[in-house]
Structure formats: structure tokens, C-alpha cells
Design a protein around this ligand. Sequence first.
Ligand code: SF4
Length: 477
Amino acid sequence: MRQARFDAARAAVHARLPVGAALGDRRRFLRIDVAAHRLDADEDTFAAELATLEALAAQADLITGAVFAGMSEGISWRTGVDLLVRRPDDTYLPVVISNHRVARPDARSATPVIATSRLGLGAPVEGAFRLRHHAADGYRLAFAARALAELGLDSGVGGSIGQDRSRAFLTPTAPLQPALDAALAVDLPTGPRRVKECATCRFWPLCEADLRAADDISLSLPGDRARDFRERGITTVQGLIDAGLGQASDLAAAWREGIVLLRKVDTVTAPATDVEIDVDMEAYLDQGAYLWGAFDGERYHPFVTWIALGGDAEAENFARFWDWLMGRRARARAEGRTFAAYCWSNNGENHWLRMSARRFAGRTFGDVRVPSEAEVQEFIAGDEWVDVFKLVRAQLAGPSGLGLKVVAPEAGFNWDVGDFDGEESVNARRISRGSDAAAMHARSQLLRYNEDDCRATAAVRHWLRAGAPGTPRLGAR
Ligand code: SF4
């Protein structure tokens, strides 16, 4: 499914790439597409490597599907580079395509950016964006820069095209090299260590047995979180418990005993209002929000569009949701009752509340209207918009983190739709755009998932308000 999403990303970018010079532009423009290949370990890509070198020798302005092979620190490697773009000084700019959000609009930042449709034709301009680093994209650019340097063609700059397919964001590649050197210098591991990828890895039953047999510290502190303790010689969960290192040792002991949450405070609380609405939003990549769900304590109210994002359908859906929410607030106020909308970790909701207003403000659809950004901002900043995750983080700690999927079961809530996670929801959204039975199934799953998240948030609130019963006090051992 990741491959399908990546293929879709690549196709969207390729559809925007130039195929010739603009009308009236008499410059030569040479684009060479290296034949498609797979980068599997056993695939022979020699022909693609050779075609890449030939395209560079021909001084093509734009090369797609390049493949380089090289050797660093005694390790041979091979890398695919989605695009190579010739610069005026005849060096090349490697560009990678990914499904990450590689930059965010930021008025205080200036980042060189070039339109995808002008790659190989135009020069970069400064844009008000802040880059976001993604390790895997950084390694790919670092490898590409390394291969180009060996050929004397390195421009010292690389580009990334992320969820916004219309732009390539540029960044120097020299700062990416130390991380690649460090990665190549690490010995290949001889056994497992729990990392976040284990959650979806089919080898987990095998690795978990090994980790448990070794009582590996990564069981309670996955990834790099145990690095400081490992450097101090603490490599097992029991070692961490016995070290008496405060919260880290208490959490390790809790993990050992199967305790999911601990209280950091004597009395756990949560605000209460007369009218309470739990909200959860689903967005598709950077393209828009397609589902605003709300649970009013009795009924779930979904505001959803299944057609392409970015147009009237998304705008109208958002306007209807906003009108409904503000209507509930107005009615509560008119009745002299207090009102609040609640959400679990509202960063995504805040982003799409603002972005929806920014893109569609003022559009009207019958009797509803998209609010202005100022109206949305006033709501977000007010105390009628409550982040339940913040309440949890301030009052609880847990060895398995504080995600909604971890906390809500402790509050007595369980999901109907198995463990439908964020990535599956992105896949389901892709499938839901069709009109076949699979699309209908994906739609009902997405609605169910969203409804359950709203109801789970409500359950956590009520449980917090009851003092989080059954949760031991941190440090009480
Ligand atoms: S389950 Fe094993 S193989 Fe899979 S990511 Fe975890 S450690 Fe690696």
C-alpha cells in the first residue's frame, strides 16, 4: 500500500514535469527518462546505472529515474534518484519525491523553491517556507550528492517534492553527509531491538520472543530512548528498575507489571461544561480535510465529502460542520448553559480549521458560509476548545506512551474497527474515492473509525473527571 501511494505521488509529480521549453523559449531542453526499474537487492540495475551516466554525459536538462551505485566505508550501495536537474554551471540538482510534508508555510522563513513544472527550465526563488527534515529523504539526497561528487557534477544542493507536488524545496546537501557517514559506520545489528516499526512488522512474534528472553531494555524504552541508559551499562528492563532512576525506573517497573498508566498528580481532573461536543477530523495528506466528525453525547454527526479535495465540495463540507458547531454553541449560550468542544491532540484540527478558513473563507453554500480565519482563530484561542490529550499529558505517564489507543481502553473504551491506525486510514481514503464495493466498505470504515475516536475522547474525559480510577500514583512504590 505504501508502494501504491508512492507510485501515485511519483505519477502526480511526473504529470507536472516539463516536456519541452516554454512557448517562445528558444533554449534547448533535453529530458531523458531512464527506463523504470526496481531497486530490489537482486535486481540487476546495471543498464539503468549506465543509462544515467549516458544521460549525464548528454548534459540532459532533466533526467528521471536515475540510478547510482557507489562504495563508502567499505559498503557498496545503490540508490535511485527520482529527478536530476541540470544547473546553469552544468552541475546537477538531485530531487527526491516523497509522501512526507517536506515544508510548511512560515512567514518568517526563506527557503529556495522551484515549481515542479519549471525543473530544468527555471531558477529557484525564495519562498516563505520552513523545511521539515525526514531522515529517509535526507539519506537519499546524501547518497545522490555523493554519487554526483564522484563524477564532478555535485551542485551541493538537493531538492525534495513532498505532499505539495507542485514545488521542489531546496536544501544544501553537505549537512546531510555526517548522518549518512554515521549510519554507514554502525555495525549491522546481530539481534532485534524494539523500534516503532515493530508495531507493524510481521517478524514481531519472533523478535519479541528474543527481546523478552534477553529482557532487553528496548521493551520498555523503544528506539533510541534507552541510549543514555545503554551508555551507562543498563541494557535490561530489570537493570533499569533496579537502578532506582526515578520516573524512568518507575515506568520500567510499571511495564513489567502490566500497568499502563500512572498518575503524576494526587487528584486527576478535567473541566466540565453543560454542553459537550467531541470532535475528530480526518485529512488526506496535505490536500485537505474530508471528514469532520462530532459526537454530542447521544449522536455522532459526520460531515464528510468523498470527492476530490481542494474545491467546493471540501469548502461546503467545512462550512456545514462549522455552522452546526456554532449553532450548538449559540443554542447553549441562549439557554444560559456552558459549552465546550473537545478534541484529542488538536494540532491537526487546528491546522485544518485555519487552512480551511484561509482557502475558502467567505464562500457561501445555501444558508451556510465558510468562516474567516479570524473567526476560527478566536475559537481556537478560547476556552471553549479543549485539548484532552494536554489534560492527560499533564496528569498521567505511561510506559507505552499516552496515545488515545493506549489511554481510552483504560477508561473502558474499546474500538470496534480493530487497530485501524493512521496509515490504514490514509489507505482507506484512497480506496474510498472509487465507486465499487471496496470503496463503500472503506467509507463505512472511515466513518466508524472517526466516530470511535470521538466517543473514545468523550470516554477519556469522563474518566479523568472521575479521577482516573484504578491509576496508581507515580513514585508511590
Ligand atoms: S519486529 Fe524485529 S525485524 Fe521487525 S522492525 Fe522490529 S526488530 Fe526489526
